[in-house]
Design a protein around this ligand. Structure first.
Ligand code: SF4
Length: 350
């Protein structure tokens, strides 16, 4: 029987029984370039009998990652172009990313920051850089929201998180603090009383955006961890990436969005995959994504509908790219398609 323990190398993957039929030399080449990590929770979730397992596809390296295509880029969403000081990305006027850490409990094979995260990545902000980042937030009174991302901020200890939150709490113009994380799914036991207490900041509203891509990730343990956050007054949102071979299927997407809503998590973003290096095997076309999102519209509750989003390469921000249900057919006259695809004129003629 395989012992379930954290996996951080190709050798660990082999010992955990996750390399059946794979080219180990190619995977060593992948692992020397992009970080590898799976938590015991994720390792246990993988169906070793299924060569197409959607959980394995997200976390177990693949020789296809060695294939680079001309449109791919090291910084696909243009963080560097909008980084005025270390640890800050200021792309939109009213909000900043605070990238306190570039380490994650798992490394997603499609990660949009795969050139920045991992043991050989940018690490954790040191004390001087964190001071500089917080000084920047304090000096820019237009900043209403701070988004802790990276890296996965919930990998930090409760003591470190509490320190950051206390310092943000002292900045009056910051009203919202949002965390982007995979921890409630990949390491649910970490969401304990100490960590939840550390996420609170006096006078601020706290949001946690959970990254999950397949309904099987929403295990009973993951739902309990999310329940503890929501019960503590933290609002939860979802973000998922639309990935070939993982969730490019309307039934899977519908089950995922329903699982979020059942766990009191509001579906928020469904990202079109970014042009990260070595990830072309995950990408579908925008037309394929639009068709999937249109199918969701007719199938599940409005509560379950995410916004389909493209981060425009070069740092130009997010655009909603779902098909529009409305088109102008004459001045002041529109054709609106219903959830079955039938068209209706608005305003109606009679
Ligand atoms: S958790 Fe987020 S930052 Fe970390 S590897 Fe996955 S996508 Fe990248």
């Amino acid at each position: 029987m395989n012992v379930i323990r954290p996996i951080k190398s190709v050798d660990d993957l082999d010992k955990a029984g996750l390399l059946e039929g794979r080219d180990v030399a190619a995977l060593e080449a992948v692992a020397s370039r992009y970080a590898v990590a799976l938590t015991p929770t994720v390792s246990k979730l993988i169906d070793r009998a299924d060569p197409e397992d959607p959980i394995a596809r997200q976390f177990v390296p693949d020789a296809a990652e060695l294939v680079l295509t001309p449109e791919e880029r090291a910084d696909p969403i243009g963080d560097h172009a909008h980084s005025p000081v270390e640890g800050i990305v200021h792309r939109y006027p009213d909000r900043v990313l605070l990238k306190a850490v570039h380490v994650c409990p798992v490394y997603c094979r499609f990660c949009f920051r795969r050139e920045m995260v991992g043991p050989q990545g940018l690490g954790t902000l040191d004390a001087d850089s964190l001071d500089g980042a917080l000084d920047y937030i304090r000096a820019h009174t237009e900043i209403w929201e701070v988004i802790l991302t990276g890296g996965d901020p919930l990998i930090l200890s409760p003591r470190r998180l509490e320190e950051i939150m206390l310092r943000l709490a002292a900045i009056d113009h910051v009203k919202i603090v949002r965390f982007h994380t995979r921890v409630p799914v990949v390491d649910p036991q970490k969401i304990d009383t100490a960590l939840i207490a550390a996420l609170k900041a006096s006078g601020k509203s706290v949001y946690v955006a959970l990254h999950a891509n397949h309904p099987r990730e929403l295990t009973d343990e993951a739902r309990s961890a999310c329940g503890r956050l929501v019960d503590a007054g933290i609002v939860m949102l979802s973000q998922s990436v639309l990935l070939k071979g993982v969730n490019d299927d309307v039934d899977v997407l519908a089950a995922l969005m329903r699982a979020f809503v059942e766990a009191r998590i509001k579906p928020y973003y469904l990202h079109h995959p970014d042009l990260a290096p070595g990830t072309s095997h995950f990408r579908l076309t925008i037309a394929e994504g639009q068709a999937l999102v249109a199918s969701l519209r007719g199938r599940i509750s409005g509560l379950c509908q995410p916004a389909y989003i493209l981060d425009i390469p070069g740092g130009h921000g997010k655009a909603v790219i779902g098909e529009s249900a409305v088109r102008e057919v004459a001045e002041g006259c529109y054709s609106v398609s219903d959830y079955r695809g039938a068209e209706h004129i608005y305003p109606p003629h009679e």
